[in-house]
Design a protein around this ligand. Structure first.
Ligand code: UD1
Length: 426
């Protein structure tokens, strides 16, 4: 159960300065951990971020029979030779929707799998029809019974063509993993192109899978008999990097972000330059400097699948817009209900009007500290950012959402000069 008795207390303390190192990507680590179920030899994963969601995925793997051991803080050794279950425990599914991504690997290993339907979440309905469509195309029968979902391939999985109506990240990953050991060729059309898909593909290839086209909208997977082991380092978290970049911009700071891949965050860099930031990219290094020395200008963003503007940075960018000069516009096209942060930002004095999936923001001179709630992971990050420039104290509750996706957030922001602490409340 989430720990509700901790809050973050943030006080405005001027510009951020210094260096921050980005951790491994949550959204890469989770599917890659799931993919570890496919390999029958030792797998070493490096740069695994220290996050609640990762802990839950490790519990899922252990419950299925994988041996998982930490070699150091961010390195895991995993062996899934002796899996003993094809069912994801329902209580773990309840803890994290993303655990649904073990269905593909389990189907590949056992030709059957069963789990609980992931249902909805704070940011919308989150259907799984595309995942199931993919499994069906690969010759598995899918059965939905109340909140239980099973997939069974009695004659084994067979390669096929799967067209995704929307380039869903999770469906692309689940289908890729199921197809690694299917008979023949699977082609995923209108596949997601996110860097995390490419990371998963690179990892699967190292295990012995035959995959082409990851990072484009057509991915081809030629089934092989078995997958083995490897060593792999998780890519840097582009959403975490973007969050620190925006926080630096918002506080008129000057910070250096380490362990960042600039090509993964092009929309963020472009928009920050547009609003008036100075961005310096080092040519041969994974380092970016972000500097802002004046009030930034309003702009517009529209969220889209990669390489468009990421929905996972929409809330943080809106936080920035609340103090930009003039009007800004936000259009959310990926999720149906991803404006939960608006009411919380308004409590801090932001001027935002929403209609459907669009929001108009009129920049204010100052935000003020308030008692607010992290309604989801990225909304929580947006509130931390708002707290950094607000007058007075901001107290953020429900921070278990933030802990799902930001490792060491308090120490990373503190090292940049922010006044932020985690306290227990009754
Ligand atoms: C992943 C990320 C999440 C990010 C999202 C979009 C992980 C663990 N999470 O989530 O942080 O916000 O990508 O970049 O990697 N959809 C359907 N049917 C389906 C599946 C999805 O209609 O079967 C819809 C969803 O409702 C949503 C859209 O497709 O509107 C995008 O979802 P998807 O790309 O699947 O997101 P996730 O993989 O769940």
């Amino acid at each position: 159960m989430p720990e509700n008795n901790e809050i973050l207390v943030v006080n405005g303390n001027g510009p951020l300065h210094g260096r921050v190192k980005v951790s491994g990507a949550k959204n890469s680590a989770l599917p890659i951990l799931a993919a570890c179920l496919l390999g029958t030899e030792d797998i070493i994963l490096e740069e695994v971020p220290k996050l609640k969601d990762v802990e839950i995925m490790i519990e899922v793997l252990k419950s299925l029979g994988s041996e998982v051991e930490y070699l150091d803080e961010t390195t895991l050794k995993i062996n899934s030779k002796n899996l003993n279950s094809y069912e994801t425990p329902f209580e773990l599914m309840d803890k994290m929707r993303a655990s649904f991504v073990v269905m593909g690997p389990l189907l590949a290993r056992f030709n059957k799998t069963k789990t609980k339907s992931p249902g909805g979440c704070n940011i919308g309905k989150r259907p799984i029809d595309l995942h199931l469509k993919g499994f069906s195309a690969l010759n598995a029968k899918t059965i939905q019974n109340h909140d239980e979902i099973s997939a069974i391939a009695e004659d084994g999985l067979k390669g096929s063509v799967v067209y995704l109506d929307f380039p869903s990240v999770g469906a692309t990953q689940n289908i890729m993993m199921a197809a690694t050991m299917a008979k023949g060729l699977t082609t995923i059309e209108n596949a997601a192109k996110e860097p995390e898909i490419v990371d998963l593909s690179n990892f699967l290839s190292k295990l012995g899978a035959k995959i082409k086209g990851a990072g484009t909208s057509t991915i081809m997977i030629e089934g092989v008999d078995k997958l083995t082991g490897t060593t792999h380092s998780i890519i840097p978290d582009r959403i975490e990097a973007a969050t620190y970049m925006l926080a630096a911009a918002m506080t008129k700071g000057d910070i250096v972000i380490e362990n960042v891949i600039a090509s993964h965050i092009r929309p963020i860099i472009a928009k920050l330059i547009e609003v008036g930031c100075i961005i310096e990219e080092s040519e041969d290094d994974d380092v970016i400097r972000v500097k802002a020395d004046k009030r930034l200008k309003g702009t517009s963003i529209k969220t889209l699948p990669y390489p468009g503007f990421p929905t996972d940075v929409q809330a943080q960018f809106m936080a920035l817009m609340t103090v930009c000069e003039g009007e800004s516009l936000v259009k959310e096209t990926v999720f149906e209900n991803r404006f939960m942060h608006v009411d919380q930002l308004k409590k801090m004095g932001a001027f935002v009007v929403t209609e459907g999936n669009e929001a108009a923001i009129l920049g204010v001179d100052k935000l003020k500290g308030a008692d607010v709630k992290a309604t989801d992971l990225r909304a929580g990050a947006a509130l931390v950012m708002a707290g950094l420039v607000a007058e007075g104290e901001t107290r953020i509750s429900d921070i278990y959402h933030i802990d799902r996706g930001y490792s060491d957030i308090v120490s990373k922001f503190s090292n940049l000069g922010a006044k932020i602490k985690r306290i227990k409340v009754e």
